[in-house]
Design a protein around this ligand. Structure first.
Ligand code: ADP
Ligand code: MG
Length: 324
C-alpha cells in the first residue's frame, strides 16, 4: 500500500459524497472536518460503537461481513432512539498485513453497501496502524423532543421485542462450531450475525407509540435490566412468549440464548396498554412492566410456567469487558 492518503482515497473518499444536499453533506471527506446540514426542527443524535477483532468478531473474519456487521450494530443504537441515521465517521485501525486490496476492497464494498441501504453518508474518519479495530460514529436526526429513551417505562406498559431473539448467540455457536443447524436456519442465523438489520423504520414509527426503548446488544435480560434501572421499574417476562427463529426448537438452550445471548440488535420497547393495537404485527408481546419492588427485579416465567425473580444487580451484560 503506497500511503495512508491513497488508501483513504481509493477505498473511502472515492464513493463517499464530497457534497450532497439531499444527504445533508455540505462538505464530506477531505478537509479537517465535515460540515453537515441538520434539518430544522430536528435534534442531532449521535452514538459510537467499537468492534475489536477477536472480541466482537472472530480472528480472520470476512472483511465484507465485518463492514456490514459494524454498520448494523451502530445503526441499531440510533434505531433504538427512534432516530433516522444520516452520517457516519469511521476510525479504522488496521494491522499492516491487512492494508492491501484483498482486505480493503471487500471491506469498502460492504461499508458502501450497508450505508447506502440506509441512505447514510460516510463523511470522515481516521486511519491508523494497529490491531484490527473499527469505531463507527453514527449521527442522525429525530424530531425535537420525540426521541425514544430508556428512562420512561411505566408500570402497566407491555414489553415488546421486534423479532426473533437468540439469533446472535446461536450464530456465534455455529461460527465457533459448537453447534450445528439445518438449512435454511443456518443461513438465516449467519446473515443475522454478519449483517444485523437495524430496525430504523420501526424505531421512528414507535416514537408516537412507545414509552421507552433499548436495542438488544447485551442480551434481553441485561438490556431490559438497563431499561428497568433507568426507569425505576421492575418487569415480568414469559419465556413461552419469546419469539425464536423459524425452525429453532423452544428448549432450555434456545431460551437461554434468547435471554442472555448478545448481538441480537432487535428493539425492546414498552407500550402503554391502551396503545397495544398500534404496535406492528411482527413485534411480540413478551411481558409487562410492573411497579418497582425492593429490589428492582425482572421476573422470568420459564417454559414450565414457574417463575424466578432476578434482581437487576445480578443481571450483567453478555460480555462485560471489565468483569473481574
Ligand atoms: P487529519 O490528519 O487532518 O485528521 P487525515 O489524514 O486523518 O486528516 O484524514 C484526511 C481526510 O480523510 C479527513 O477528511 C478524514 O475525515 C478522512 N478519513 C481518514 N480516514 C478515513 C476513513 N477510514 N474513512 C473515511 N474517511 C477517512
Ligand atoms: Mg485524522
Amino acid at each position: 500500500m503506497s500511503s495512508e492518503f491513497s488508501l483513504i482515497n481509493e477505498y473511502f473518499s472515492s464513493w463517499a459524497p464530497a457534497c450532497d444536499a439531499d444527504l445533508g453533506v455540505a462538505l464530506g471527506i477531505g478537509d479537517d472536518a465535515a460540515l453537515l446540514d441538520i434539518t430544522p426542527g430536528q435534534q442531532l443524535v449521535a452514538a459510537t460503537d467499537t468492534l475489536v477483532e477477536g472480541i466482537h468478531f472472530p480472528q480472520g473474519y470476512d472483511p465484507y461481513a465485518i463492514a456490514t456487521r459494524t454498520v448494523g450494530v451502530n445503526l441499531s443504537d440510533l434505531a433504538a432512539m427512534g432516530a433516522t441515521p444520516r452520517w457516519v465517521t469511521l476510525a479504522l485501525t488496521l494491522p499492516p498485513e491487512l492494508a492491501n486490496d484483498t482486505w480493503l476492497r471487500p471491506f469498502s464494498r460492504g461499508l458502501k453497501q450497508a450505508l447506502s441501504a440506509h441512505n447514510v453518508a460516510l463523511v470522515g474518519g481516521d486511519t491508523s496502524r494497529g490491531p484490527l479495530t473499527l469505531t463507527l460514529t453514527v449521527m442522525g436526526e429525530v424530531t425535537a423532543g420525540s426521541a425514544l429513551c430508556r428512562h420512561n417505562a411505566q408500570p402497566g406498559d407491555r414489553i415488546f421485542v421486534s423479532g426473533a431473539l437468540g439469533d446472535g448467540a446461536a450464530a456465534l455457536a455455529l461460527i465457533e462450531q459448537r453447534w450445528s443447524a439445518p438449512e435454511p436456519l443456518r443461513e438465516y442465523l449467519l446473515s443475522r450475525y454478519n449483517a444485523p438489520q437495524p430496525a430504523v423504520e420501526l424505531g421512528s414509527a414507535l416514537a408516537a407509540v412507545a414509552n421507552s426503548a433499548i436495542d438488544l446488544s447485551d442480551g434481553l435480560l441485561a438490556d431490559l435490566g438497563h431499561l428497568c434501572r433507568a426507569s425505576g421499574v421492575s418487569a415480568s417476562i414469559d419465556c413461552r412468549l419469546l419469539p425464536l427463529a423459524a425452525g429453532m426448537p423452544r428448549d432450555a438452550q434456545s431460551v437461554e440464548w434468547a435471554l442472555r445471548g448478545g448481538d441480537d440488535y432487535r428493539l425492546c420497547f414498552t407500550v402503554p396498554a391502551a396503545l397495544h393495537n398500534a404496535v406492528p404485527a411482527n413485534c411480540s408481546d413478551i411481558g409487562e412492566i410492573v411497579a418497582a419492588g425492593e429490589p428492582l427485579a425482572v421476573r422470568v416465567i420459564d417454559l414450565a410456567g414457574d417463575s424466578e425473580e432476578i434482581a437487576l444487580a445480578e443481571l450483567r451484560g453478555g460480555y462485560d469487558h471489565f468483569a473481574g
